[in-house]
Design a protein around this ligand. Structure first.
Ligand SMILES: C[S@@+](CC[C@H](N)C(=O)[O-])C[C@H]1O[C@@H](n2cnc3c(N)ncnc32)[C@H](O)[C@@H]1O
Length: 318
C-alpha cells in the first residue's frame, strides 16, 4: 500500500485540517490517493534563475519542461473529475516563452479551460475610463520600475492557467463578480439579477507594500494570498473540500485556505520557507484559535500576521 511520508506539521481548526510536508512534491503527489484533491493552486519555479534558498532555478530548458510534465501528470492524477488546477507562471522579457512552454507541457494531461491574467500594475487614463468611472485624475496603481530598457516594456502581468480534466468543470463566476456600475442593467437583464457581472480574465491584484523584504516577505517569488483566494472562489468554495499546493513557498495558498476555512495540504522542499508558511497560515486563522505561545512566535516572525492579531484584539477590547 502506498503511504504519504510523515507529515511535518498538522493542525485542525474548527472543521478544517492543515497538513504540511517537508520534501519533494513529486514524491508526495505520487503517494496521494487518486482523485482525492478538488483544487490545486500553485506556482512552480519558473526556471528563470531566481535565487531560492535551496532550489536551483537554472535547469536546462528541456530538462525543466520534462520535470514540469512529470509533476503535472502526478497532480492531474490527484484531481477529482471536476477538479481545477490553477497554474501560475510568469516570465521575463528576455525569456518570454517560459509560461507558454509550461502550459504546453501540461497539455497532454489536462484541458486548458480558462486563461487568467494576473495584473500587478496598471495605468488608466481618466479620459478613457469615461465619466461614469468618476476618476479625479489619471490612475496608476501597483508597483512600477524606472524605465531601464531600450527594448522591453515593464512586465506587469503573469498567467494563471486554469486547467481541468475535461474543460467542463463548473465555475462560480458570481463569487468573484464585479458590481454593475450601471444598476439599471440589474433590472433589464435576468442574468444580472445578482447585481454582479463576470469579472472576466483580467484580475488586478497588486503586491502589498512592504518595508523590508528580508523581514516581511523573505522569499523571491510569492503571489499575494488574494490570488489563490479568487481562484478558490471561482472554482466554487462548496466544491473545494481539499486544496493542495505542491510548491508552497511562504504559503499564500495555505493562508487563503485558513481565511476561507478549507482543508489544505502543502509541500515545500526548503525547511525555512516551510516554517514561515506554517506561521503565516496560523496567523491567518481566527486569533482565538491560536495558542498564546504560537501567537508570540507569529508576532516575532510575521509582522503582517501580528498586525492582524493586534487589530482583532483592539476590536474586541472596544
Ligand atoms: C514560485 S515559489 C512558490 C511561492 C508561493 N506561491 C508563495 O506565494 O509563497 C516555488 C517554491 O517551490 C519550492 N520547490 C521547488 N521545487 C520543489 C520540489 N520539487 N518540491 C517541493 N518544493 C519545491 C521552492 O523552494 C519555492 O519555494
Amino acid at each position: 500500500m502506498i503511504r504519504l511520508p510523515n507529515v511535518h506539521t498538522k493542525f485542525k481548526v474548527r472543521s478544517a485540517t492543515f497538513r504540511f510536508y517537508l520534501g519533494d512534491s513529486l514524491d508526495v503527489l505520487s503517494r496521494m490517493p487518486p482523485r482525492s484533491v478538488n483544487v490545486i493552486v500553485t506556482s512552480p519555479p519558473y526556471n528563470l534563475g531566481i535565487r531560492y534558498r535551496t532550489y536551483d532555478d537554472t535547469m536546462p530548458r528541456a530538462r525543466y519542461l520534462e520535470w514540469t510534465s512529470r509533476w503535472v501528470k502526478l497532480a492531474a492524477q490527484t484531481l477529482g473529475e471536476d477538479g481545477s488546477l490553477f497554474l501560475n507562471v510568469g516570465g521575463k522579457p528576455t525569456d518570454p516563452w517560459t509560461a507558454l512552454d509550461v502550459a504546453q507541457a501540461a497539455r497532454p494531461f489536462l484541458t486548458l479551460q480558462n486563461t487568467i491574467h494576473w495584473i500587478k500594475s496598471i495605468a488608466i487614463e481618466k479620459a478613457l475610463a469615461g465619466a461614469r468611472a468618476n476618476l479625479d485624475d489619471d490612475l496608476a496603481v501597483g508597483h512600477y520600475k524606472p524605465i531601464n530598457s531600450r527594448r522591453f516594456v515593464h512586465d506587469c502581468h503573469e498567467f494563471v492557467f486554469h486547467f481541468s480534466a475535461s474543460g467542463e468543470t463548473p465555475i462560480d463566476r458570481q463569487a468573484i463578480g464585479v458590481r454593475y456600475q450601471d444598476q439599471s442593467n440589474v433590472g433589464r437583464w435576468r442574468t444580472a439579477a445578482s447585481g454582479v457581472r463576470c469579472r472576466g480574465n483580467t484580475w488586478f491584484i497588486p503586491y502589498e507594500t512592504i518595508q523590508s523584504r528580508e523581514k516581511d516577505r523573505p522569499h523571491p517569488a510569492t503571489f499575494p494570498p488574494k490570488l489563490p483566494e479568487m481562484c478558490l472562489r471561482l472554482h466554487g468554495l462548496e466544491r473545494a473540500r481539499l486544496v493542495a499546493d505542491p510548491f508552497l513557498g511562504l504559503g499564500s495558498t495555505a493562508v487563503a485556505c485558513a481565511e476561507l476555512g478549507v482543508n489544505f495540504i502543502g509541500v515545500e522542499m526548503d525547511e525555512d520557507y516551510l516554517e514561515q508558511a506554517i506561521d503565516r497560515t496560523r496567523s491567518a486563522l481566527p486569533p482565538s484559535t491560536l495558542h498564546p505561545e504560537r501567537a508570540k512566535r507569529v508576532e516575532r516572525v510575521h509582522p503582517e500576521g501580528a498586525k492582524r492579531i493586534e487589530k482583532v484584539r483592539r476590536a474586541r477590547a472596544r
